[in-house]
Design a protein around this ligand. Sequence first.
Ligand code: GLU
Length: 495
Amino acid sequence: MTVRTRVAPSPTGDPHVGTAYIALFNYCFAKQHGGEFILRIEDTDQARSSRESEQAIYDSLKWLGLNWDEGPDCGGDRGPYRQSERSEIYQQYAKQLIDEGKAFYCFATAEELEEMRKAQMAEGLQPKYDGRGLKLTAEEIAANLAEGKPYVIRMKVPESGSFKFTDYLRGEVEIPWEQVDMQVLMKADGLPTYFLANVVDDHLMGITHVFRGEEWLNSAPKLLKLYEDLGWEAPELGHMPLLRNPDKSKLSKRKNPTSVNYYRKMGFMPEALLNYLGRMGWSMPDEREKFSLDEMIANFDMKRVSLGGPVFDVEKLKWLNGLWIREELSDEQLVERLVEWAYNKETLLSILEQAKPRMETFSDLAPLAGHFVSGLPEYDPELLTTGKLDVEQVRPLLQMFIWQLEEQRSWDKDTVFGVAKQLSGHLELKIRDFLEPIFVAITGKTSSTSVVDAMVVLGSDLTRARLRVALGHIGVSKKQAKSLDKAYKAYKASI
Ligand code: GLU
């Protein structure tokens, strides 16, 4: 048997370090067994998926050196590897499940289901789908279908007893069926949910081992039951511990940068980031902290993953990166890395566009353009409010600007300025005043080159990171966070 593992990210938003982490462990497991590692794009959520985000996944995994043997970009024998191109396959299996009485149609409208939930809650019950679709007669179903009523397809699950399975990392796990809902497999738009698509694909793509995040553990009974219902042998499942913030909460971009692009832009070495991710829940037999991907593969043992939530601590990562720079790169190699990173012609040309009009001597470049090649600039936080606006104005401005930028799929001058202009209008601020604290957050100064151009050159990840640091200086209490959330929703509804 050839070991085949995969990583199956959904292309929504930034390429997450969690995706790189899961990819790394699946990659090591496959390579250690002389097997294959596959990249599948799970883009069935059409509203949230984008090609930009898919591209960012390719770029970030390649940058890290986690190359896949089969995938949407390079093909393979078991494609297509993008779920949006596999609709007919899923429909065929959904139909099979219906025909064999293992899944059923449900024609309930969103309003009806909402009423059902409310009624259950009023009785003090946990809201749960009540199996109403199962009560329809064959005639009623045929009539509804003939009428063209919208429907979803749900899977049947036992109502009592419990489901036991052996997790590759956790040993025996038991989950009562009572906790498992009659999962929707096909949505009203004819597209599958994660559950059906994931099972069908892992089977047809010959995946032998699935190591996925712990957040999927409670879904295991549904997935394994689907394999059974479809008459297939299931792959081995292992659920990896979730990465955590230093305060032990689930790693989130509110507390830590989570985009691989951020670490790239900050000037981390891909080898060091991989090394650090490799230490999340795993260690070398001799406990050495610094090791390469090849060394990790040579010593890899999936069974030694420890399940206590590993803490992703940027300070430790920085320390490790420093070791990599000093111990692994010759001066010549460091020069090459720096050039590749930002001191290259292309980046310098875009910086010069900003700096040249203000230069009198060559030596003006560094003070004028330092913020283009630095990570998070240091400045006196008071500067954020020395302009026209006070803290109460700067706080919502920064927070809403960050949220709005997070949602942008393209990153150019029109986009960034457009967001600033629209938000400043909404907050009834002059664009000049609006941009003042942003200027400080981005450049660390009160005067320098154009801030909008700087944001474009810096890119989305570093821009947002700097804005987040500024917001951190201003401070947001729990209560303020709640009202900002509300204000942002109102703003979104108004545009
Ligand atoms: N698309 C899912 C995710 O991004 C994949 C989970 C899995 O590996 O099955 O989390």
